[in-house]
Every structure is written in C-alpha cells, then in structure tokens.
Design a protein around this ligand. Structure first.
Ligand code: GFB
Length: 306
C-alpha cells in the first residue's frame, strides 16, 4: 500500500479529506506538502516530487476558489492558477504511474440555465454563468484532462463535482468568501455590536444547495474505492434553499433579531444550482449532515477559531 497524496490539504476540502482518511485508519499513509514546500503550479517541482515520492493515490483538492465577487473580480487568477495546478498534478501523476487520481471540480461547470436538478449529462450543453465562467472553464479543462489521460494513457482517474460547500476551515473573509460563511460572520458581528441590520447581497431569490465538507470528504473516499467511470459524478444533498431562507436559518442559529437588507448592487449569479445525485445514490452513498446541524457545527468552529 503506497502513500496517499492529498493536494491542497490546507484548504476546506483537503483538510476534510485528511480528517476522513485519518478516521478511516489511513493516517500513516498520508503524504502532505504545504504551499511553501511544494508549489503545485510549478510543473517541474511537481514532477520531481511525484518521481521521488511515488504516491499510489492522489486527491486533487488544491484549487484557487472563492465566492461570487472574487470570481467576478479576479477571473485571470482563477483560470490561470487552476489550469496550472491541474495540468502539473495530472501529468506528474500519469508519469509516476499512480494507481488512481480523484479530481475535484465544481457545480458551476454546468450551464447557467441547465435543467434542475442538474444531471452530469448537462455538461457543455449551454452557456456558462458569466460571474464564474473563468473558474468553470478551468474546472471543465480538468474534467477533460481526466478523460484524455484515461483515453490516451489508460490512467485510472475520476472527476467528482461537489455542489456549494461549507464547514470548518472555510474562508470567512467578507470580500472573497462564499455566501454561508459570509452571512455567518455578518450576523454574528451584527449581534455582538448591537446592529439593527445586515446586508445580504443580491435579491435573496437565487437557490443553492449546501453540502457539509465532511459529507463531501466521506463521498470522495467512497468514490476513490467504488467509482471508475469516465464521466464526472455529482455530489450533493438533493435539496436546495433560497439565499433568503439560508440567511434566515443562519440568523436564527446566531440569535440575530435585526433586519436583512438586500443589496441589489451585488450580483445574484446563477438563478438555481441543484445537482442530480441519482448516479451517486445508485452507488449507495447519501449525504448525512442536515443543513441546520451543519450550520450549528460550523458556527461553533468559527466562534472557537476566528
Ligand atoms: O456563495 P456565492 O458567493 O457563490 O453566492 P455562487 C451565492 C449567492 O449568495 C449569490 C448571495 O446570489 C450571492 O449574491 N449572497 C448574499 C452572498 N450575501 C452574500 C455575501 O455576503 N457573500 C457572498 N459571497 N454571497 C460561486 C462561484 O458561485 O460558487 C464559484 O462563483 C464556485 O465559482 C462556488 O463554483 C461554489 O454559488 O453564486
């Protein structure tokens, strides 16, 4: 049994995969490198690392990620950094003959007006959501790399598409974060400072599906074992909520009793993003963490770590 390389182990997803592998008894096989130790955008450094360490499994959870405003403001960074990470890690994994690689994409790869819930077959059937098209195209390139290395080189690699994620270790910076940690921080600070209102971006009507990152990590370890298909596989909870409903749930968890003010100068993004998870359900895996429980646990983590 060789080493398991978790690329991006300092991030929301990578750290959850590490926790999951540790609790499954694979802690002694973990191979981890900080960004200072190994720059995943440096193809030569990554190749040398793979040649030396020869991991047997790779979880490619390293990525440049962010919320709607960060994606819309820094599209060049999002496309460039993600393309460099994907090409260098997937190529090095091929050269080092890893047993299996799991690539993590994102639900924003699907067309803006995809049918809901979104089946994997919706990929490349329509125009993308403009606020995150640079990131989405980088992630679509990752899926195509996986398909291409599989076809040309017989590489054993899979692509996993998670829906919007949250949980311990998330980014709570108000300019670059996703909606859930942003609202948690805003409501908490408003309560602590006795403020009467909190700003919620956009109209509140877009719908999103939220998956706790520990559920995603469990699904990734499950799929590493059980799925070898050439097509991507969605991971979600099968239900969505409006941003207004999400905000109300977080406000209740925090105990904020003031008003919400919707800021129409900020983008709504895609109107709805709910994944069709039947392919995964048929394999026998389901998400377990209910949104209210996941929010409570994340709030507890944030209070302890901010
Ligand atoms: O989570 P979020 O930034 O990403 O925003 P996306 C979701 C919705 O929440 C949007 C609204 O309609 C936002 O306008 N929202 C309300 C807020 N208040 C806030 C706030 O304070 N902060 C933030 N960030 N949003 C991202 C993509 O899209 O989703 C990425 O840009 C990635 O590429 C990620 O795929 C999963 O769901 O719109």
């Amino acid at each position: 049994m060789g080493a398991i390389f978790v690329a991006g182990h300092g991030g929301l997803v990578g750290s959850a995969i590490v926790r999951r592998l540790q609790s499954a008894g694979f802690g002694d096989r973990l191979l981890l490198r900080t960004r200072a130790e190994l720059d995943l955008m440096d193809a030569t450094a990554v190749r040398v690392f793979f040649e030396r360490e020869r991991p047997s499994q790779v979880y490619l959870a390293a990525a440049k990620v962010g919320g709607i405003l960060a994606n819309d403001t820094f599209p060049a960074d999002f496309i460039r950094e993600n393309l460099l990470i994907e090409t260098s890690v997937i190529h090095a994994a091929h050269l080092a003959k890893v047993d299996k690689l799991l690539f993590l994409g994102s639900s924003c790869i699907y067309p803006r007006m995809a049918p809901q819930p979104i089946p994997e077959s919706a990929l490349l059937t329509g125009a993308l959501e403009p606020t995150n098209s640079a990131y989405a195209i980088a992630k679509i390139a990752g899926i195509e790399l996986v398909r291409a290395y599989k076809k040309q080189h017989g590489m054993n690699a899979i692509s996993v598409m998670p829906t919007n994620l949250y949980g311990p270790g998330d980014n709570f910076d108000l300019n670059s974060s996703h909606v859930l940690p942003a609202l948690m921080r805003k409501f908490l600070e408003a309560k602590e400072h006795g403020l009467a209102e909190v700003s919620v971006w956009g109209s509140g009507s877009p719908r999103r599906e939220f998956l706790h990152v520990d559920d995603l990590a469990e699904a990734c370890v499950f799929l590493m074992d059980r799925y070898d298909g050439g097509e991507p596989i969605n991971v979600g909870v099968g239900e969505d909520v409006s941003i207004r409903e999400l905000a109300e749930t977080i406000a209740r968890a925090v105990g904020f009793e003031g008003r919400m003010v919707f800021d129409a100068t900020k983008p709504d993004g895609t109107p709805r993003k709910l994944l069709d998870v039947s392919r995964l359900t048929q394999l026998g895996w389901r998400a377990k963490i209910a949104l209210v429980d996941g929010i409570a646990a994340t709030l507890e983590w944030y209070r302890a770590h901010r």
